[in-house]
Design a protein around this ligand. Structure first.
Ligand code: V0D
Length: 251
């Protein structure tokens, strides 16, 4: 039988869960899966598969720390440039992940949401995600946002088009358009901007992720490859975040 992933008493005892200054919204770029596998002489897909256990661990840790929103960059619009078999493997992971972990997500009151262009994904990916969204709709614990086929410039352009359409239909006034209204046209409408961005795998760039939303976000980078990212590193990031003074451009 599978270990229910949130009831591991051993883990609960061995970690100190911070209670003050918890970021309400954490966004994560889960990089380094391919390199993790290559280092072991294995195909990149093995790294992606290993990556789903790290996702489960971090979701569990976020639930325990009472984080409100966790946004994971699972598949970018740029990922279509990869070899076809790798793309197909990745796009089958939602079904694989959910077949193992959906019961645990449900019992932990997690609500699943997706941001990105879902329409151009294969039916097997879309249906798996939609099923999870529907099943978790009434949960009011952690909101788990999956950025899937997501690209931030595309998102901003898409928002622009929506705004222009609404202005031409007189549903919106150009004079009154402000940052808050603009945000309402993004995929992340209604979700507070991330407080903390974590990127694993050593690179220090945004890779077209949440460009508008990360304007005042604190960044935390680690060389640890995503499959090796654990609750320990996650709590380290939270600890460091809690020491930072945020100014939002002020003094
Ligand atoms: C691949 C490492 C979990 C990064 C993690 C196609 C890239 C493993 C999900 C997932 C992916 C979780 C819940 C859910 C749907 C999907 C996932 C993708 C890739 C996108 F409701 N891991 N994971 N989805 N990878």
């Amino acid at each position: 039988m599978k270990m229910p992933f949130l009831n591991n008493k051993q883990l609960e005892k061995s970690f100190h869960y911070p209670e003050d200054n918890i970021p309400e919204h954490i966004a994560i770029i889960m990089d380094g899966n391919g390199r993790w596998a290559r280092k072991r002489g294995m195909p990149r897909t093995v790294g992606h598969k290993e990556g789903i256990s790290a996702v489960a661990k971090i979701v569990r840790a976020a639930v325990k720390c009472k984080v409100k929103v966790l946004t994971l960059y699972t598949f970018s619009t740029e990922n279509w440039k990869r070899p076809k078999p790798e793309i197909e493997f990745i796009l089958r992971l939602p079904k694989e992940f959910l077949s193992i972990y959906l019961p645990d997500l449900l019992s932990n009151n997690v609500r699943i949401e997706a941001i990105g262009d879902m329409e151009s994904l294969p039916a097997y990916t879309r249906e798996a995600i939609q099923y999870a969204i529907d099943r978790t709709r009434d949960n009011d614990g952690l909101q788990l946002n999956l950025a899937l086929n997501y690209g931030s410039r595309h998102e901003i352009l898409n928002a622009m088009k929506g705004i222009i359409t609404d202005i031409s239909n007189a549903k919106l006034s150009l004079d009154e358009l402000d940052e808050q209204q603009f945000s309402g046209y993004l995929y992340t409408a209604g979700i507070k901007d991330p407080d903390l961005l974590i990127r694993t795998g050593g690179e220090k760039r945004l890779s077209n992720f949440l460009l508008w939303q990360l304007a005042y976000t604190e960044f935390w980078f680690t060389d640890v490859l995503w499959p090796d990212f654990s609750e320990k590193e996650f709590l380290h990031a939270l600890e460091e975040y809690s020491q930072r003074k945020r100014r939002y451009g002020g003094i």
